[in-house]
Design a protein around this ligand. Structure first.
Ligand code: GDP
Ligand code: MG
Length: 159
């Protein structure tokens, strides 16, 4: 069947976004959500959580051997986070591009319009998370949002 170019099917993709404790504490939740929605993502799921140590260790298991791991666990458990599933075509790469490089100080120089540039503080306190691949996105979304979630979500507050 013929399809007009204005009616081409788009393959939507999902990614996991987290507004980290420095972002929530700095009152950046609303501006980040406006940025997300203004960049054609839909927010299909959302919850606010106080993460515990075991949840963060499991979520960031790939970094367990890194020197910054204990600091990362301390940081990510230092206050509530807002966890969201974002959906659009090319969501994974587009959200990574929108947040900018890991080090917020570098982001301020190289990607001044990125989310990490406007709300991040440094290499660790970079305000937001984004899944880095389709495999990570699938793992991270089910980690927080499936019924058999690995995360301890019993204390969550739905927004
Ligand atoms: P991301 O995918 O851009 O978030 O970066 P990574 O997956 O490499 O690291 C996970 C998180 O650990 C980052 O977002 C930072 O919060 C923190 N992090 C990464 N590298 C470092 C580092 O070298 N030092 C410190 N203190 N924190 C880091
Ligand atoms: Mg990463």
């Amino acid at each position: 069947p013929l399809r007009s170019s204005a009616n081409v099917d788009t393959i939507k993709e999902k990614t996991l976004a987290i507004i980290k404790p420095d972002g929530v504490n700095g009152n950046y939740v609303d501006v980040i959500k406006k940025t997300i929605l203004g960049s054609s993502f839909s927010i299909t799921q959302e919850m606010q959580l106080q993460l515990n140590v075991n949840t963060v260790k499991s979520f960031y298991a790939e970094h367990a051997s890194k020197s910054f791991f204990s600091g990362l666990v301390q940081y990510m458990t230092s206050g509530p986070v807002v966890i969201m599933v974002l959906e659009k075509e090319n969501a994974i790469a587009d959200w990574r591009a929108l947040i900018g490089p890991t080090d917020a100080n570098i982001a301020k120089v190289t990607h001044p319009k990125s989310v990490r540039a406007f709300c991040g503080l440094d290499l660790q306190r970079n305000c937001v998370h984004g899944s880095d691949s389709p495999q990570s996105a699938a793992r991270e979304i089910s980690f927080f949002f499936e019924k058999s979630s690995s995360a301890i979500v019993s204390q969550h507050d739905e927004l």
